[in-house]
Design a protein around this ligand. Structure first.
Ligand code: RFL
Length: 401
């Protein structure tokens, strides 16, 4: 894409497109090493600091943030979870993964993490972030003089920033992925064929851990977020209309699918209600010329296994470190192996997501064969220590370094 009307402006080593967890982490790593960069974001700061999404962060990921000086507030405020619970056949089945692996999960809402990262980048490390930009375009990616242009929200003028590298961190609906020529990339997609009604309830958690409800009427999930807000999921048909899910219908369905010998769920006002069509994609390679994709821009994992933000941070650590090594020491080994290193982790999570999806959705598939094999898979997790450990290893992600 070229724009001949664009007035040339300053040069910075790196332009980062997108101020989500991936982009802000790359920006923070660059700023800590004294490397200049600009972050371009289409939304306002207030919007990104409130956008609700993830909550489950793996221990190795928190250690990675901590090593880069980005986890102080998280470590003060996050909950630590050491077990999870499956409910099926009207009973609770607890899995204490800490006993099997010595590891735990952190629960920290994504907007809180984004708030910490943007504060550290812009207010503490003096990073340049431009909010509310429009029509971001990439130019000359396969040359050694790429640039990024955008429409300035105040003047409507097109501004151009020359750079050495572009970090494409603009999520699933961004523009950077589209800049890769189709003949140079492979896109692998998987559609789970189901939808999830993603809900946020103004109610305290009803359990001290994540709960997965495996039910013939469909999957239901309970995930703590903060002391006042809890995330719930209900499996629904693809493309279902969230407006057909009234307050009463949602709570009746959650109570039924998560029913067990535990007390009923604590109900509350629903403050988010949207249907997600469950699908995944992976773009290979994650690099084209001077453009490096990271996070959801390169690979989407439906929230089935709570991996998306963890993978985005994994990419960001590799990309930030690789850019710093190249720009400050002329060491390009990190950038050369970037795509391969990230994709190995991405495919591991894709496979686990597929495995877990069958547990969540098999019993409600209407297919007696799938329903019976799902229950066999679940029984195995609760009767074989080896199967339980294999599940826990995948669920928790890699051992922290
Ligand atoms: P993001 O967070 O989408 O950030 C991209 C940013 O880029 C901006 N943008 C642009 N900026 C400039 N120019 C453009 N043309 C632009 N287009 C877009 C956007 O406004 C945004 O600010 O991507 P990133 O950084 O790769 O992070 C990915 C994660 O956000 C995502 O994977 C997770 O939220 C997925 N996910 C979960 N992941 C976990 O690891 N654990 C979880 O528990 C978990 N729960 C979830 C989730 C995702 C969910 N939804 C809504 C799909 C729960 C849900 C309901």
């Amino acid at each position: 894409m070229t724009d001949t009307n664009a007035a040339p402006t300053a040069h910075v080593p790196v332009v980062i497109v997108g101020a989500g967890p991936a982009g802000l982490t790359v920006g923070n790593i660059l700023r800590a090493a004294g490397v200049d960069c600009v972050v371009l974001e289409t939304e306002t700061r207030e919007f990104i600091e409130q956008r609700p999404r993830a909550g489950v962060i793996e221990e190795w990921c928190v250690r990675g943030l901590e090593r880069r000086g980005l986890a102080d507030t998280l470590l003060e405020r996050a909950q630590r979870h050491t077990e999870c619970e499956f409910r099926f056949g009207g009973r609770r089945h607890r899995l204490r993964y800490v006993d099997l692996t010595g590891r735990h999960h952190y629960v920290y809402p994504q907007p809180w993490l984004v708030t910490d990262l943007v504060r550290e980048y812009a207010d503490v490390r003096g990073g340049d972030v431009r909010f509310s930009v429009r029509d971001v375009r990439l130019h000359g990616l396969d040359t050694d003089r790429p640039s990024v242009s955008y429409l300035c929200p105040d003047t409507g003028e097109r501004r151009t920033i020359r750079c050495d590298f572009v970090a494409g961190c603009d999520g699933a609906r961004g523009v950077t992925r589209a800049a890769l020529p189709p003949e140079r990339l492979r896109v692998a997609r998987h559609d789970y064929g189901v939808g999830w009604l993603a809900l946020l309830a103004e109610a305290p958690a009803s359990s001290d851990c994540v709960v997965f409800g495996i039910h013939p009427r469909g999957f239901a999930g309970h995930m703590a977020r903060s002391s006042e807000v809890t995330r719930y999921y209900l499996e629904v048909p693809r493309g279902d209309d969230p407006d057909t899910w009234s307050h009463d219908r949602v709570w009746a369905e959650l109570q039924e699918r998560l029913a067990s010998d535990a007390p009923p769920l604590t109900e509350g006002r629903l403050i988010e209600k949207r249907v997600l069509d469950m699908h995944n994609y992976v773009v290979e390679p994650m690099v084209f010329g001077r453009l490096f994709l990271a996070g959801d821009a390169a690979h989407l994992t439906a929230p089935i296994a709570a991996k998306g933000m963890n993978l985005a941070l994994h990419d960001a650590f590799h990309l930030g470190d690789g850019l710093v090594a190249h720009l400050t020491r002329g060491d390009d080994s990190g950038l050369r192996t970037y795509s391969e290193a990230c994709l190995a982790r991405v495919w591991d999570c894709q496979e686990f997501s597929l495995w877990l999806s069958e547990i969540y959705h098999g019993t409600s598939s209407g297919d007696p064969y799938r329903a019976a094999t799902t229950l066999a898979r679940l029984r195995r997790v609760f009767t074989s220590p080896a199967a339980a450990t294999a599940f826990a290893e995948q669920f928790l992600g890699p051992r922290p370094d």
